[in-house]
Design a protein around this ligand. Structure first.
Ligand SMILES: *Cc1c(COP(=O)(O)O)cnc(C)c1O
Length: 361
């Protein structure tokens, strides 16, 4: 099969969704499946929904449009605030969007009216990670403004932690979100139906707390796709961590000195990565590089070591692996490496059908 390619085990993604949906349901928390690391792949979205996700969310309206035109009827949420200039596309392709600016709400309101569509909005609250969200003491005012606008409906509050500054979700922050929900309901008089507590970084909290408060939804990407939690990048018990594998082809295998020689200056990508060791290494060149993925987020099989990468080449110390030119090497992908591999026009995406094991009676 052609390389480089990412092989996607949809059955593993579905199983991951099922496991987390089943663990969170007794706590009254729904799972919205986030497809942005998979570019809004219809195959991945389908697996998440089969696994019990209550809807799909993505940060790009283009990805939601892709899902809509693939025929998805499930609720689609835009995670990144709409840009005012895309308001029409947003109300056309997304049922819900996450918002923090009255100017954007205004644009959505106008677009929803002119397209004769209903659009639901969730207001994002800044709880310390310093990415999106309105300050705690401005939430009620923004909610009032949203409530007054026609064409859009205020359905909930949300927050996002751990993405920008690595601030971990905790009980105090989640309690604060619950109190804000009550404040907003107090002034608008309408019950909020979505309290979106956060992303995969909220799982530890959600699965261990004695008090979920009003939090009734998490937006999960990494946990479902890679089986890892982002706070400490640990595998989550019971989840598949191998739903995505990158394959790339070997184009040179030669014994080379461990150390470069000559006058050392910068490389194409800045300061060179120091090479370990002395003597001779058996080195393989693999036809994949920084244009295709993030080499720092690749993990090869045991016994293979990544020595460095440039735009189009990855250099491996192959030790005594019997690698030959033309062989394909498999790599596990961390989140950043996955995003870049899925975004690169050079990397093919292959959805691997689950192997059907016949049932013997
Ligand atoms: C990316 C994103 C998510 C999903 O994050 P994961 O860590 O992949 O679970 C959730 N919410 C927002 C706002 C996001 O941008």
């Amino acid at each position: 099969m052609t390389a480089p390619r990412v092989e996607i085990r949809l059955d593993h993604i579905e199983a991951n969704a099922r496991t987390l949906v089943d663990r969170l349901a007794p706590r009254g928390i729904r799972v919205t499946g986030v497809t942005k690391a998979a570019l809004g792949s219809p195959g991945v979205a389908g697996a998440l929904l089969r696994g019990g996700a209550s809807g799909i969310a993505d940060s790009r309206v283009e990805n939601l449009a892709r899902l809509r035109s693939a025929g998805f009827g499930a609720s689609l949420t835009l995670l990144r605030s709409p840009t005012p200039s895309q308001a029409r596309q947003v109300v056309t392709h997304a049922d819900v969007s996450l918002n923090s600016e009255v100017v954007v709400l205004d644009a959505l309101s106008r677009a929803a009216r002119s397209e004769a569509r209903d659009h639901a909005v969730i207001l994002m609250v800044e709880l310390g990670d310093l990415r999106e969200g309105v300050a705690v003491d401005r939430v009620v005012d923004l909610a009032r403004a949203a409530d007054r606008l026609t064409g859009i409906e205020l359905v909930g509050l949300g927050t996002n932690l751990a993405c920008q500054c690595g601030v971990a979700p905790d009980q105090r922050k989640m309690d604060q979100l619950t109190r804000l929900v009550e404040d907003v309901e107090g002034v608008t008089g309408a019950a909020l139906s979505v309290v979106s507590g956060g992303n995969s970084a909220n799982l530890d909290w959600a699965l261990s707390t004695a008090e979920v408060g009003r939090v009734d939804e998490l937006r999960l990407g990494e946990a479902l796709l890679l089986g890892t939690e982002p706070l400490h990048r640990r595998a989550i018990d019971g989840l598949h961590t191998d739903a995505f594998t990158l394959f790339a082809e070997v184009i040179e295998v030669q014994d080379k000195p461990a150390q470069p020689w000559g006058t050392l200056a910068q490389t194409a990508h800045g300061a060179p990565a120091p090479r370990p060791g002395r003597g001779t290494v058996r080195q393989a060149l693999v036809a994949v590089g920084r244009q295709d993925t993030d080499p720092d987020g690749l993990t090869p099989a045991e016994g293979l070591t990544i020595l460095g990468a440039s735009s189009d080449h990855l250099v491996l110390d192959v030790g005594d692996h019997p690698l030959a030119v033309g062989d394909q090497v498999a790599f596990a992908l961390a989140y950043g490496a996955l995003v870049r591999a899925m975004t690169s026009p050079y990397v093919h995406q292959v959805e691997v059908a689950p192997t059907v094991v016949p049932v013997r009676r």
